[in-house]
Design a protein around this ligand. Structure first.
Ligand SMILES: C[S@@+](CC[C@H](N)C(=O)[O-])C[C@H]1O[C@@H](n2cnc3c(N)ncnc32)[C@H](O)[C@@H]1O
Length: 366
């Protein structure tokens, strides 16, 4: 294997581990890096760059133990040598006290999502988002899990930064807040993340603080020179009114994996309508910005706000219900998944099926 390929594959292996990809995916990358089996050099790499890295404290115990166990079993089965360090590390984790605490439904895991640069053959990391996520997707934890649509929307933001740069961006159903980290990275003038679930909102705020994005407290003013400005707000689509949204005049509205419950669809459409309509009434706002906008998307050079919604169509009836309600609300919905495809910036995330995500561009028809 060429040295450059080997370097890239080892990087992918490390990033998959840090992103806490499922153990089977990490194993698969380890095998690939070893040319078909988890060779001693790959085991040494794992020890030096993944499992031996003590930065996560107790939290990583269960995950690391599983990875070590699977790698040792795989190497033994394939008659490869297992390096002593792996056995020692595994033994230490097994005897660790914290390993005794089994996962429960409220436990969170810490994930590092690294976006690779689209240039340099995917060998350089351009942005790392640090996120506390839920370990399961039971009811109530929906917003604390990371969904594929937010990965796709994040890739889109990082692939077309000029659309978002210097824009006021407003996200609905933000969950863990990954999209907010990306919007801040590309220089959005303002980032407002919202969610209608209180525990999700608390987790989102903690995540923004973990990424050193100053979370603007309700009623307080950030210093103008502070470039990291992310607001996290409670917003239930059912309760949202014109007066609640009166402070918000976003240029761009975003949403990832928010079309999944037919009961919520009418409320979602109503909120989208208020946000898109508010912008339409802005008169000559943003004239200065217009000059700076690139031609990547010709329609972003208009004053009307645009919504970008990424979604996985799990239930066709629910999606049809959204499309019908959108048409009734006089929305123009264009599927830009293929025409404006984002670069693949997460090639090491084998669990992320990009092909399942659709990206919609929504405007209010005049
Ligand atoms: C499937 S999760 C997606 C989270 C995140 N956007 C992502 O893609 O990782 C849906 C999110 O929408 C929020 N949500 C669902 N229904 C809502 C409603 N009626 N009002 C406000 N937020 C809602 C949930 O709390 C959750 O955070």
């Amino acid at each position: 294997m060429a040295a450059a390929d080997e370097e890239q594959q080892l990087l992918h292996l490390k990033l998959a581990f840090l992103a806490r990809e499922p153990p089977s995916c990490v194993l698969s990358l380890a095998r690939k890096a070893g040319g078909g089996s988890v060779t001693p050099p790959v085991q040494n790499f794992i020890l030096a760059n993944c499992t031996g890295n003590n930065a996560w404290g107790d939290q990583k115990c269960t995950y690391v133990t599983t990875i070590l166990k699977r790698i040792i079993a795989e190497a033994e089965l394939s008659s490869d040598i297992v390096i002593d360090g792996l056995y020692e590390e595994f033994g230490q984790f097994m005897s660790s006290k914290s390993n005794n605490s089994s996962l429960n439904r409220t436990e969170k895991i810490y994930r590092e999502i690294s976006f690779l640069s689209p240039t340099d053959d995917n060998k350089l990391v351009s942005l790392v988002a640090r996120l506390s996520c839920s370990t399961n997707m039971l009811e109530g934890d929906t917003g604390c899990s990371l969904w594929p649509s937010s990965l796709f929307l994040s890739e889109f933001i990082l692939s077309y930064p000029k659309i978002f740069s210097k824009k006021c961006c407003f996200e609905l159903g933000s969950g863990v807040g990954l999209v907010g980290v990306c919007l801040n990275y590309v220089g959005a003038s303002k980032v407002i993340l919202t969610d209608g679930d209180v525990s999700t909102l608390e987790n989102m705020k903690a995540n923004m603080e973990m990424n050193k994005l100053c979370v603007e407290k309700e009623g307080s003013q950030l210093l103008k020179e502070n470039k990291n400005k992310v607001q996290c707000k409670y917003l239930s689509w059912e309760e949202a009114s014109e007066s609640v949204l009166s402070d918000c005049m976003p240029d761009l509205v975003l949403g990832a994996d928010i079309i999944y419950d037919p009961v919520c669809v009418p409320h979602l459409i109503r909120v989208l309508s208020m946000l898109l309509r508010r912008g339409n009434n802005r008169g000559t706002n943003n004239v200065a910005n217009k000059e700076e906008i690139s031609n990547e998307f010709s329609s972003t050079a208009t004053e009307a706000p645009v919504a970008y919604i990424a979604t996985v169509i799990r239930n066709v009836e629910t999606f049809n219900c959204f499309e019908k309600a959108a048409a009734d609300a006089n929305f123009s919905v264009v599927n830009i998944t293929n025409s404006e495809a984002p670069s693949s910036l997460l090639p090491y995330m084998l669990s992320y099926d990009r092909s399942s995500v659709q990206l919609l561009k929504i405007t209010l028809s005049t």
